[in-house]
Design a protein around this ligand. Structure first.
Ligand code: THU
Length: 529
């Protein structure tokens, strides 16, 4: 039985959370950190993600812990296991492929044998062949191209092979065929991320590029979790540039988008649609509009916009939905280069069935693929280790909670009274925290077991307690119910509700009552209004 019917996987393109240990090998300093460096901007807001637990992720403490009760996420810091920092390698790893090399770039142009092969396959000569601005290259070589019919081939800092041609010289369908032939040639060590058709029209010097641009992505070298989900007969809905990143492989439905706003709008539509499977969304503007343009304030404002959208999205989720929010690499807008940065990425996982647990630092983005597959009940043999079992709520029974309190009692520090107490609280997020009484030679400094447990939970970012089990007895021998003292009832009222369950155990019977019964007419925040 699948634990989730729908997984929404949203990639905030380039929202890294700090340099990986090998960042310098990728040309980055050890202090690149996209999230940290935009978080100081006035336009930065991440209240919703903070409530979910963003600040609990390793290295992200500057965001802070939640202030109020609310829905929390399972969180992790994700390591990119592949040696890369580009969109394709990052997304492929998220989907379960660990690559052994980054996609090749050609700062000095493409090798002679590649150009020869393209020339032979297409019957056309080649003009240029080095990194060039797309508008400049047609300005400088357009006339030669019109005169000879040769292809204008150029690249950029990215892993791309671009072919520009005038629509009157090479009709668009023929240019597409040429690109397909080039795509077939550009594999292995020459396997660029994309071959791009760049048709243009007009007369010199007023050439303009047309909307007939077309990208031919590299086919993922192995099956991804998309293929696994599709083979299981479920949907894989690719939103934004996802379909291009996977060259359509494993995708059952494609929805291209114009902007982050558009991507969020489409996701809002999909949450109300009935489907089973994966909705994989890429929001590219963080990277394309702000990271690459070194615009930290713009980046921060875009995060604020996403965060506000997320606050409205969460309540629309259904009981068997799971939302995962992550990133594919960094692009620190405050470092000198406009390039991507080699960074860890965040992972937040939300859903009614998900418990608020901190998974620490995971070894590969591919764990996301393995986990999504397991949650959807799909067999997947790609890379990655599933942490589905660690994040699924498996709420303790009353018996479990009493047992946890009994174990906690053995830690009691009660040399003055010898009365040992243990408590175990269950939080609204499905987590259990335990405590014992801790006495003091200055008797009044003693802290009860219940408060020790509650304070542990609160210090960990929890704000709502749904149940507490308490046991106690002289020398740790449980013979009677150990009712909570008045101060502990007051503290429990701060983080509990009227229905918070209170479980007492006398070694033989369990008494299950609630806060309303044990603590009527409580003084609380409402009294202060
Ligand atoms: N104690 C608790 O731990 N919880 C209560 O609610 C009542 C009292 C502890 C405090 C002290 O160490 C010992 O019991 C005797 O008062």
């Amino acid at each position: 039985m699948a634990d989730a019917k729908r997984v929404f996987l949203i990639v905030l393109d380039s929202l890294g959370i700090g340099a990986m240990p090998d960042a310098e090998k990728f040309g980055d300093t050890a202090d690149v950190n996209t999230l940290l460096h935009i978080s100081g901007e006035k336009s930065f807001r991440a209240g919703t993600m903070r409530e979910l637990g963003l600040g609990k992720i390793d290295g992200v403490s500057y965001i802070g812990l939640p202030e109020k009760a609310g829905r929390r996420a399972a969180v992790a810091r994700m390591t990119e296991s592949s040696p890369g920092k580009d969109t394709t390698i990052g997304h492929w790893e998220i989907a379960g492929i660990i690559s052994d090399a980054p996609l090749p770039t050609f700062p000095d142009g493409f090798p002679e044998d590649v150009l020869q092969a393209v020339s032979e396959a297409t019957g056309r000569g080649i003009l240029r062949n080095e990194p060039y601005s797309g508008t400049q290259v047609i300005h400088d070589y357009g006339r030669a191209h019109i005169a000879t019919g040769d292809l204008i081939v150029y690249t950029s800092a990215d892993s791309v092979f671009q072919i520009a041609a005038h629509e009157d010289v090479i009709p668009v369908p023929e240019l597409y065929e040429i690109c397909e032939k080039a795509r077939a040639i550009l594999t292995g060590k020459n396997g660029v991320g994309r071959v791009i058709a760049r048709p243009f029209v007009g007369e010199y010097p007023n050439y303009t590029r047309t909307a007939n641009r077309h990208d031919y992505s590299l086919l993922p070298p192995q099956d991804t979790v998309l293929d696994a989900i599709k083979s299981a007969g479920l949907n894989t809905i690719a939103v934004g540039k996802i379909t291009d990143i996977f060259a359509g492989k494993g995708v059952t439905e494609t929805i291209r988008t114009k902007s982050n706003d558009d991507g969020m709008r489409v996701t809002d539509e999909l949450i109300d649609k009935d489907f089973t499977g994966l909705c994989f969304v890429n929001l590219v503007e963080f990277d394309s509009h702000f990271g690459h343009r070194n615009d930290a304030a713009g980046y921060a404002a875009a995060v604020a916009k996403f965060d506000a959208w997320l606050a409205d999205f969460l309540p629309k989720m259904r009981p068997d939905d799971v939302l995962m929010i992550t990133a594919d690499h960094g692009c620190d807008p405050t470092d000198v280069s406009t390039d991507h940065t080699r960074e860890y990425t965040p992972l937040l996982i939300v859903g009614d069935k998900i418990r608020a647990v901190n998974l620490g630092t995971r070894a590969s983005f591919a764990d996301i693929a393995a986990t999504a597959a397991e949650l959807l009940g799909v067999d997947f043999t790609g890379e990655g280790e599933s942490f589905a079992k660690e994040i699924l709520r498996n709420d303790p029974t009353s018996g479990d909670l009493i047992e946890a309190a009994q174990l906690a009692m053995t830690g009691a520090y009660a040399p003055y009274s010898n009365y040992k107490v243990g408590a175990a609280v269950l939080t609204a997020n499905g987590n259990v925290y335990t405590g014992c009484n801790i006495e003091n030679a200055s008797y009044g400094a003693t802290v009860c077991a219940e408060r020790t447990a509650i304070f542990r939970a609160v210090a960990d970012g929890e704000r709502e307690i749904t149940a507490i089990a308490i046991v106690g007895g002289k020398d740790g021998v449980i013979t009677d119910f150990a009712y909570p003292c008045g101060i502990c009832r007051q503290v429990l009222a701060e983080f509990g509700t009227r229905t918070t369950r209170i479980l007492l155990h006398n070694g033989c019977d369990t008494l299950s009552t609630n806060l309303a019964t044990l603590f009527p007419h409580a003084f609380g925040a409402d009294s202060l209004k």
